[in-house]
Write a protein that binds this ligand. Sequence first.
Ligand code: FDA
Length: 308
Amino acid sequence: MPVLRSAFIALSHNRTLRNFGERTRVGVRLSSRFVAGMEIEDALRVAEALNKQGMTVSLDSLGESVASETEAHTAAEVYHRLLDAIAERKLKANISVKLTQMGLGLSPDLAESIAVDLTRHAQSTGSFVRIDMEDSSLAQVTLDIVRRINARSELRGAVGIVIQAYLYRSQADIEQLVADGIRVRLCKGAYNEPAEVAFPHKADVDDNYVRLSCLLLSSPLYHGLATHDESMIEAAKSFAKQHGIEPSHFEFQMLFGVRRDLQRKLVREGYNVRVYIPFGRDWYPYFMRRLAERPANVLFLAKNFFRS
Ligand code: FDA
């Protein structure tokens, strides 16, 4: 794994930098490159604008690893408010949720019961809950929780999961998820993982991403291909064309603020595009993972910061 990537991921866990970043005006200004704003209203405004441009969205209230049950319920409350706002404003939007923010580190039962309530709410308003995937130590428990929620007949189809192409286990997981009727978002993976569980070389991750995309496209379910990598996108488009798979059968997903040109181009070409919109005051770890993906972003941020 490239040194800079590892360094930024390591920095994403640094408490001192985090406290400094999240509490200063400079930090908040920098974060605006990848974060829609600090408040729910900021995220909803961006969602509305993107819907008008023909894109759907997934809203992420930033935050990970809460320290108490009260914090987990407070975090869930933000998502309930989002689901109400999505319904009231008729937004084409769903929510992306991290189970550690719902208390997974304290008790898997707590996280599961909160995720069940959110899925019930989403289901009743015609929305959807996507459970994000965190580091590999949480993969099995996350899969188990999503499977159990989807197995409830009244919630079937209202919850989905994320699978990371860098993990060796992902093909087997996708086969099982598809058999269970669970919708998948496929991404490359954003955490530092050891070679025992994940491909250490980017070329192997990319090959696996293409292989897994083809598996998902061939399944009867509607899945999301989350990537900004044009070669992954081209591979998916050409596989779909060769196999007569309509563009309406799947969607591409990208992050707010990343490759806006490509997002718009795909919409013009008739593909479904969903933009992941993160917002909130706990932006630091998310922001550092975005720098890890493309360390050149640091230069970009610095140039724009001093220019404005
Ligand atoms: P790759 O990193 O190879 O980048 C390809 C090209 O895309 C780069 O050359 C650059 O042009 C552009 N690019 C990529 N990242 C950029 C950035 N930060 N800034 C500017 N340009 C950039 N991960 C995870 O572990 N769990 C999860 O739940 C999710 N969820 C998720 C949702 C959505 C909608 C997306 C798009 C991504 C995620 N991810 C994620 C993150 C994912 O695992 C991965 O880290 C990033 O998407 C970067 O990988 P790419 O596929 O874009 O390719």
